[in-house]
Design a protein around this ligand. Structure first.
Ligand code: P6P
Length: 333
């Protein structure tokens, strides 16, 4: 069967009027950067890229060497193309402006360059998450405020998963499409058209060590799953927790499931653990485009009005009927 590459897919999307030439360029540049990150991730100890960088990021988290490498790759790859007005990264406090000697475009790119990096040193899958917004017209040099748009304003979102194979998952608002890296050819091949999440599932993902810190609705929901056939759900459930959001979300996109990172005492004061702008929002767009749902437990994630670039939110996403049940439990008195 003739293999369609990401480049051809994007040209066809542009030809169909679904994306602009600049957005096509943006996605191709991000995909190229992801290939470079994949090369570094897969070298591991051979390239001396494991372990701590000896620095902390804006989140106060110790940076891994690969966090810094992946961040640099994405910033440098996207500066010169003329498609961006500015960038924002989980690893950088401030907005990253386009150097004055390069032309600027109409898009804002946000990313978590290496999500789940605590898994790097133990060789478990990690990923890159990205989100694309339009730079508000007439706003001049973008500020943090330019980025603070609700997630439903995203024009594209996606992630790369550095697993047994490197996959690139993308939505431009017309379904979710998956590509697999052919390392010999160096191109992403269109392998997963129109990915969709089953509305029902028997698999959930949560860090159960935090159970004593959860709010009552989440605790009730998870305990019912754990009761299996003997409980009100009348069937057994399975649990998975990779501690790489990209890996857990990809499993859900592939076979269904529900992923939860609710409020707990450790993250309550920040409003949650996961970041809204470059983790929750892009994943929420992908999940909804695949027929699933994404909520804080109380509100649709894509409707949230951001207040800070690095703000955090509770996340419940995946199979529609399970997310709706968690939301219903939050609504009960
Ligand atoms: P915990 C990785 O650090 C991350 O941001 C997500 O990718 C992942 O789902 C979560 O945090 C894991 O958190 O508390 O289980 O280590």
């Amino acid at each position: 069967m003739r293999r369609v590459t990401l480049t051809q897919f994007l040209i066809e999307q542009q030809r169909a009027g679904r994306i602009s030439a600049d957005l096509r360029l943006l996605i191709e540049v991000v995909a190229r950067a992801v290939k470079a990150i994949s090369v570094n991730v897969s070298k591991g100890a051979l390239a001396g890229v494991l372990g701590e960088a000896g620095t902390d990021n804006v989140q106060g988290e110790a940076q891994k060497k690969l966090d810094v490498i992946a961040n640099e790759i994405l910033l440098q790859a996207n500066e010169w193309g003329g498609h961006l007005a500015a960038m924002a990264s989980e690893e950088v406090e401030e907005v990253h402006h386009i150097p004055f000697d390069y032309p600027k475009g109409g898009y804002l790119l946000l990313f978590d360059p290496l999500d789940g990096s605590s898994n790097i040193d133990v060789n478990i899958s990690v990923g890159t998450i990205f989100s694309v917004l339009r730079n508000p017209p007439g706003s001049g040099e973008p500020s943090e405020q330019s980025f603070l748009q609700p997630g439903h304003q995203q024009v594209a979102a996606g992630y790369a998963l550095y697993g047994p194979s490197t996959q690139f998952i993308l939505t431009v608002g017309k379904g979710v499409h998956g590509f697999t890296l052919d390392r010999e050819m160096g191109s992403f091949v269109y392998t997963h058209p129109y990915m969709s999440i089953p509305a029902d599932t028997s698999e959930y993902a949560i860090n159960a060590s935090n159970i004593r810190h959860w709010e009552a609705p989440v605790r009730r929901y998870v305990e019912e799953l754990q009761q299996g056939k003997e409980g009100p759900r009348e069937r057994d459930f399975n649990m998975r927790w990779v501690a790489s959001m990209v890996a857990d979300v990809h499993r859900i996109l592939t076979r269904g499931g529900v992923f939860m990172y609710p409020l707990d005492e450790k993250c309550r004061k920040q409003g949650g653990k996961l970041r809204l702008m470059y983790e929750a929002n892009p994943m929420a767009m992908i999940v909804e485009q695949a027929g699933g749902a994404a909520s804080t437990g109380r509100e649709r994630i894509l409707d949230l009005q951001p207040h800070k670039l690095h703000q955090r939110v509770p996340v419940v996403l995946g199979s529609l009927n399970e997310v709706e049940r968690v939301v219903a439990y939050h609504r009960e008195p």
